[in-house]
Ligand binder design. Structure first.
Ligand code: G3I
Length: 366
């Protein structure tokens, strides 16, 4: 926050806070508006933030679904073979139970979360992944949807069937989903989750094709797969998000009888386009949220999760993933989520609330 003169600023901040607090009790939450429309809004939860009252308050206030950002990952839970540490995943589960928030499970198989006691350049044989899948799926039978496999389409065209990553084969993925179907007792949605499908570049369109082909194979093989998660880590410039291309892609997936979700939504302005003004950044991002959600809802996507709820915990500010690395002067403009780092709602919050409240109610899917 820019220091214009401490007193005046703190008064402004105080009155803004009071007015927001007053407004917030008066204003409906995204959770209420989403539910009234037969939809769900939620966020990826950073387990280490759940003890912070402000963080817990905004999650409980606005989310009717959630997902653990990291603590449901294989490498996190079974860091030593046979030794499952569910301490932090239990914390997320009990928080969601306490606040009547549905929970997604992310994720069972992902090349980036294979534990260190296994080779990292190959997916493990079924007999080595089954104990992990059995342990977490049977510990949390009320998870509403599992990202069974995450990001298995390779970034580079490798000529393999459906362009699968590492040693993955269609038959291996078929067996993973069939195993998940058996372990879930048919109670959870079984989802495939991936990125890079939101634009209309040749790379995006190829990824879309590989994903639709893979999903058709998994449907035809009676694996119990029931949905696709569009991660939606997006840039605000329109060339990166082609809404018309998205509509065609979503329709192709729904024609397979699958549900479509937005599972990891956040927006960033490409660093070469960032206005050095927080209010302008927030307005650009809010507009992008509104346009994207309006499109999703019009195409029957009724469950939307952002990848985090406050800029304070966004992965995009971590040194490992910061897309503005090398441009530290731009770090204050990494503002991808609905609340800022002081847990105050931003223009994106109002845009998302408006999109949920203004679109027609969701059609109850059969
Ligand atoms: O908790 C440790 C900490 O103790 C240690 O000091 C620190 C430095 O090594 O690392 C911390 O763990 C980090 C963890 O996030 C928690 O912050 C890991 O190094 C880091 O790799 C991990 O990154 C996560 C990443 O997935 C890899 O699992 C990001 O937070 C998370 O946002 C990101 O989420 C992925 C989705 O699962 C799949 N889709 C893409 C999305 C973004 O990459």
């Amino acid at each position: 926050m820019r220091m214009l003169g401490c007193f005046s600023l703190s008064c402004v901040a105080l009155s803004a806070q009071q007015s927001w607090a007053q407004r917030s009790t008066a204003r409906r939450s995204i959770r209420q508006v989403a539910r009234a429309k037969g939809r769900l809004y939620g966020a990826a939860l950073a387990a280490e933030y759940l003890d912070q009252p402000e963080y817990a308050a905004i999650v409980a206030r606005d989310c009717n679904i959630a997902v653990a950002e990291n603590v449901f990952k294989w490498g996190w839970v079974e860091s030593q073979q046979g030794n499952f540490n569910f301490e932090l995943s239990d914390k997320v589960v009990s928080f969601c139970q306490q606040h009547n928030i549905a929970l997604r499970g992310h994720c069972l198989l992902w090349h980036s979360s294979i534990p260190d006691w296994l080779p990292r350049d190959a997916f493990p044989p079924l007999e080595l992944i089954e104990p992990w899948m059995r342990a977490i799926m049977q510990r949390y039978p009320n998870v509403v949807a599992w990202d069974v496999v995450n990001e298995v389409i390779d970034d580079q065209d490798n000529g393999k069937t459906y362009n699968l990553r590492l040693n993955a084969t269609p038959e291996y993925l078929r067996d993973i989903y069939r195993l998940a179907k058996r372990l879930s007792n048919g109670k959870s949605e079984l989802v495939y989750n991936d990125y890079g499908t939101e634009g209309s570049s040749s790379w995006n369109l190829k990824r879309q094709k590989y994903i639709v082909d893979l999903l058709k194979y998994l449907v035809d093989q009676d694996t119990g797969i029931s949905g696709f998660g569009i991660q939606s880590h997006l840039r605000t410039n329109i060339s990166e998000v082609d809404l018309d291309s998205m509509r065609l892609f979503i329709r192709a997936i729904r024609r397979l009888g699958l549900r479509v979700y937005a599972t990891e939504l956040d927006f960033l302005i490409p660093f070469e386009m960032v206005p050095r003004d927080v209010d302008r950044v927030d307005r650009i991002i809010a507009d992008a949220y509104q346009r994207y959600l309006d499109m999703l809802f019009s195409e029957g996507v009724d469950v939307v999760l952002t990848w985090g709820i406050t800029d304070k915990s966004t992965w995009l500010r971590s040194p490992e993933y910061n897309p503005y690395n090398g441009h530290p002067e731009l770090f204050p403009f990494i503002r991808p989520l609905l609340y800022d780092e002081q847990y105050q709602p931003k223009a994106a919050y109002d845009a998302v609330l408006q999109s949920f409240s203004e679109t027609p109610a969701a059609k109850q899917l059969s």
